[in-house]
Design a protein around this ligand. Structure first.
Ligand SMILES: NC(=O)c1ccc[n+]([C@@H]2O[C@H](COP(=O)([O-])OP(=O)(O)OC[C@H]3O[C@@H](n4cnc5c(N)ncnc54)[C@H](OP(=O)(O)O)[C@@H]3O)[C@@H](O)[C@H]2O)c1
Length: 341
């Protein structure tokens, strides 16, 4: 999407957090036309600075007046703050692009992955929502397959990095690893449901009465909304693994007509934003370590199931970039490219 050069006033709520920090880098890397940057966070960060284009930008309190005269407000803080402040930003004429889960399932809020449903931004009424960091790569890979065959079901197991829980998640892994190396007692888990160092935790976020976690429910409903397919069967287990950055998922897909692995590989390779790395015989397949710092969703291990006509694949995406910051900036570019801002 081409972006005109007219400068925009941009505010980042949560500029001191894991996603906010990457968002500033992505705005720089993509030469997003920023004429003024407002870095916003909580009272805890007032008086500190963030770096943007080689300058120290003072961090201000996120409050409604900070949105006066702003074109885009990226929300990368808490859901409750987005609930309170995104309508305030919209009321002042800005477009709020929200990374939290607060607005995703609202009927009049587009939930957008630009490569999949970029045109949905046309219907915005001041707020556009970004999907969960596991949903974005899944929506892209399923859409790639949908361009060659009907997709009926996806059975998904995720392996999610600790930075998916923000800076507190990263700190928890580091503190537990440090304590283990020093032979000290492992600090009690706070960000995760169980110790994360040297472990896999089969529960992301909050456990619900129906046996699923909130993360799993998001994956189901958001995927259906983005793909505009309320009948799509998505069943999932989301796990947390001791990896700093990068979410992976193992996906088993049922298609309307059986797809060969080669057809599926071609579909993945042809899709914008996906890179196929699928030469396991030469030791080449996507890993979380490989995807960290990249915007592409990496796909590999494409193969037919041995006991059905379904198809397996493995995908990796950087949760802070395509799973959050990059997708949010692409939404802003989509709005500019369509003359909506
Ligand atoms: N991490 C991911 O992979 C990922 C992916 C997709 C979506 N998200 C979503 O993105 C958002 C940010 O996540 P994160 O991982 O960056 O979290 P984080 O590292 O914990 O950062 C949170 C940010 O929000 C700010 N904040 C918290 N409470 C605030 C308040 N009351 N008023 C103003 N600012 C406040 C913090 O500011 P202070 O420094 O002042 O406390 C900090 O800048 C969340 O909604 C999360 O669900 C995250």
């Amino acid at each position: 999407m081409s972006v005109d050069e007219r400068g925009r006033t941009v505010a980042v709520v949560g500029a001191t957090g894991a996603v906010g920090e990457v968002l500033l880098r992505v705005l720089e890397e993509r030469s997003f036309p920023v004429s003024e940057l407002r870095a916003l966070a909580s009272a805890r960060s007032e008086g500190s600075t963030v770096r943007f284009r080689g300058q120290d930008v003072p961090v201000r309190l996120a409050e409604p007046d900070a949105f006066d005269g702003v074109d885009f407000v990226f929300f990368a803080a808490t859901g409750s703050l987005s609930k309170e402040l995104a309508p305030e930003a919209a009321r002042r004429g800005a477009v709020a692009i929200d990374k939290s889960s607060t607005w995703r399932m609202e009927a009049d809020v587009p939930l957008v992955v630009p490569e999949v449903n970029g045109a949905a931004v046309e219907k915005h009424r001041g707020i556009v929502s970004c999907p969960n960091c596991t949903t974005t790569p899944l929506a892209m890979t399923l859409e790639a397959l949908r361009r060659v065959a009907e997709v009926r079901e996806a059975i998904v197991t995720t392996f999610q990095a600790v930075s998916g829980a923000g800076l507190p998640g990263l700190e928890e892994l580091e503190n537990q690893q440090r304590a283990r190396q020093a032979g000290e007692p492992r600090p009690e888990p706070r960000a995760f449901a169980a110790p994360i160092a040297d472990n896999v935790v089969p529960l992301c976020e909050t456990f619900l009465d129906n046996g699923y976690s909130t993360e799993e429910i998001k994956l189901l409903h958001e995927t259906r909304k983005i793909l505009d397919d309320p009948e799509l069967r998505v069943t999932m287990t989301c796990t947390r693994v001791p990896v700093p950055v990068g979410h992976a998922a193992s996906v088993l897909v049922e298609t309307g007509r059986p797809l060969s692995a080669e057809e599926a590989r071609e579909a993945f390779a042809a899709f914008p934003g996906i890179e196929l790395i699928d030469e396991p015989e030469r030791g080449r397949f996507p890993t979380q370590d490989m995807v960290a710092g990249r915007d592409e969703v990496l796909v590999g291990r494409v193969r037919r199931d041995l006991s059905s006509s379904r198809l397996w694949f493995w995908e990796c995406g950087d949760n802070l970039r395509k799973g959050a910051a990059t997708n949010a900036v692409q939404i802003a570019e989509e709005l500019i490219g369509r003359g909506l801002r």
